[in-house]
Design a protein around this ligand. Structure first.
Ligand code: AGP
Length: 613
């Protein structure tokens, strides 16, 4: 969603405009439709806003040769008001003394706007954000900190804001509630940065601090003061930024998605690295802070996530119940956050989030935290909000995932959660020998996935063949059901076609009414336990002239008599089959999207990290 970047420094050499534009490029992954920058020079506020990519803003500021002594910049993902120049950030008060950028949603903006309009304020945009800057102006007399305190008290909803004010030539003001905002600073060189994501700072020398709920920052080149909403100065811990390894370049691939699909043998291996004990057939996690006794006392697991991470959660729940014999529930975070959860001292919560910034997942985590739950984060981004909310975080170590659609992070989540299941099972009933057998199967995965990737041209042919369909069913049973959900999501989000994942047994309870020659059924046949049952479902589709493509185990050649096409995968145990079958489906979706000419790495309307609810 929206991204904020700011810079204030004493060094003339580095133009804050250049630094902020580069910062916005590091935030592009969040998805956006417009961008803007504002700042102060010689006591004047200057600003530019453009619709479309950051390049348009960069062209505009270089054409104007924009120079600023302090700058704040923003990428907007439209929530209230269309993606137009006037709705782009920054927004200004009526006297153009204040410029403000915002990430979040002001839930009571309409009531505040009506009140301000009655007082004669003229609004230029349709955004919720604009009420903040007019409210600030309304409360400002001579003390910006006080004006911010009063403004925050009036606002309901989530926010991260950055502000420059004409009366404070070399300062940035910032505040945060529920949304991330990091401040990076150099004691030695008198400069300070502000960013929605600390990883966008790309500077391991910086000391980093994070604004917590309703905290206000006054940022100067040589001093940073943090206050709570009552105006009381806060003492903040700082940390050093550990930069993520891995390049943000395509390395010769046409799309980041394809690069990240082909990285999976290595990233699956990486997720297992230094986490397996072959001798004892178990796993271990250096980041896990809970004691063995605490983990042995766990009698219920609750998984919270959204999107692809939710699908990983469904697979993990089956693994934890079937192998570790621990009752496990999965909750959609955007629903769960409004529930009144029942949490006991022996409930373990696992929050899965590639970005660690998904607003719904973070909100759900904060709710269970308030109820005293033990929380493990499964995440791919160091210094993300989830890593600060969870008691322990198990990192995917998959490297930056740039494509909006998640691929390598998903299979790394599955690998890591398989290892965690093994660990929990061996704390309970699982024998060393059974643990060692499971480890052997896990260790086969990178090679098995490589075999599938080597057949990518075959999958490309299938993608081209099926690229004309507008409607798809993905069917599977047991571990192939969440695999079908994930495969359908991939196809939906990058090809913009109607794709639905179903448990195959549900077909006759309604969906079968849709089967015809214009709806392609993709059967995920990677579950041996229920293969015969799935075969019947495939027959039912065939009997109604539905085109069928099967992803199946190489021993199931009888499918060729029924299906229009079969793609064979190597033998794999049911509990781990989601990983290779998902990768085959990722490629299938990729080639359909490529054939349809969509924006594969940045699909329309989507963001890599959904930081608003
Ligand atoms: C995945 O392909 C999607 N882009 C989306 O569903 C994503 O998985 C979801 O927004 C959750 O993101 P997170 O893992 O960063 O929390």
């Amino acid at each position: 969603m929206c991204g904020i970047f700011g810079y204030v420094g004493s060094s003339e050499k580095d133009n804050p405009v250049t630094i902020c534009i580069e910062g916005l490029k590091n935030l592009e992954y969040r998805g956006y439709d417009s961008a803007g920058i504002a700042g102060l020079i010689n006591g004047k506020i200057l600003a530019h806003k453009t619709v479309g990519r950051i390049q348009a803003l960069e062209d505009c500021v270089s054409k104007e040769n924009l120079k600023l002594q302090v700058a704040i910049a923003h990428t907007r993902w439209a929530t209230h008001g269309k993606p137009t120049k006037i709705n782009a950030h920054p927004h200004f008060d009526s006297e153009k003394k204040i410029a403000l950028v915002h990430n979040g949603i002001i839930e009571n903006f309409k009531k505040i706007k009506d009140r301000l309009v009655k007082e004669g304020v003229n609004f230029e945009s349709d955004t919720d954000t604009e009420v903040i800057v007019h409210l600030l102006s309304h409360y400002y007399e001579s003390d910006m900190l006080e004006a911010l305190q009063r403004t925050l008290e009036d606002l309901e909803g989530s926010l991260a804001i950055a502000i420059v004010h004409k009366d404070y030539p070399n300062q940035i003001f910032a505040a945060a509630r529920e949304n991330p905002l990091a401040i990076g600073f150099h004691k030695g060189t008198c400069e300070a940065y502000l960013s929605s994501d600390p990883n966008a700072l790309r500077n391991a020398e910086l000391d980093i601090l994070y604004l917590h709920n309703n905290e206000i920052a006054v940022i100067k080149p040589d001093e940073i003061d943090i206050f709570n909403i009552e105006g009381k100065k806060q003492v903040k811990e700082t940390e050093k930024l550990e930069l993520e390894e891995g390049s943000a370049t395509k390395d010769g691939y046409e799309h980041f998605m394809l690069k990240e699909i082909f990285q999976q043998p290595a990233t699956i291996q990486k997720a297992m690295e230094n986490r397996i004990s072959d001798a004892f057939g178990t796993a271990h996690f250096e980041d896990l802070t809970f004691s063995t006794h605490e983990l042995q006392s766990v009698n219920r697991i609750l998984i919270l996530a959204c999107g692809t991470s939710l699908h990983a959660g469904y697979v993990a729940a089956s693994l934890l119940e079937n192998i570790a014999r621990i009752p496990t529930e999965v909750e959609i975070a955007s629903e769960f956050r409004y529930a009144n959860p029942i949490i006991s001292e022996n409930t373990l919560v696992i929050a899965i989030s590639q970005s660690g910034e998904t607003a719904d997942t973070i909100a759900a985590v904060r709710e269970v935290k308030a109820k005293g739950a033990k929380i493990i984060g499964v995440c791919n981004v160091k210094h993300s909000t989830l890593t600060r909310e969870a008691d322990s975080t198990l990192f995917l170590k998959a490297g930056p995932e740039i494509s909006v659609c998640s691929t390598k992070a998903f299979t790394s989540q599955l690998t890591l959660l398989s290892l965690f299941t093994l660990f929990m099972a061996r704390l309970r009933h699982l024998s060393k020998e059974d643990g060692q057998d499971f480890v052997k199967e896990l260790r086969k995965l990178p090679m098995l996935v490589s075999d599938i990737l080597e057949q990518s041209s075959r999958i490309e042919e299938l993608g081209k063949k099926y690229s004309g369909f507008e409607h798809f069913f993905f069917l599977g049973r047991r571990y192939m059901y969440p695999t079908s959900l994930e495969a359908a999501l991939k196809l939906k989000e990058i090809s913009y076609v109607n794709a639905t994942g179903y448990p195959a047994g549900e077909l006759k309870h309604g969906p079968i009414a849709l089967i015809n020659e214009n709806l392609a059924t993709i059967a995920m046949c990677g579950n041996k336990q229920t293969f015969q049952k799935l075969l019947s479902n495939i027959e039912e589709v065939k009997a109604r002239n539905g085109p069928i493509l099967c992803f199946a185990n190489e021993e199931h050649t009888q499918l060729e008599e029924i299906a229009d096409d079969v793609f064979y995968l190597p033998e794999v145990m049911d509990t781990l089959a989601c990983i290779p079958y998902s990768i085959a489906a990722q490629l299938f979706s990729y080639y359909i999207a490529k054939e349809r000419g969509t924006d594969i790495d940045k699909p329309r309307n989507l963001a890599k990290s959904v930081t608003v609810e």
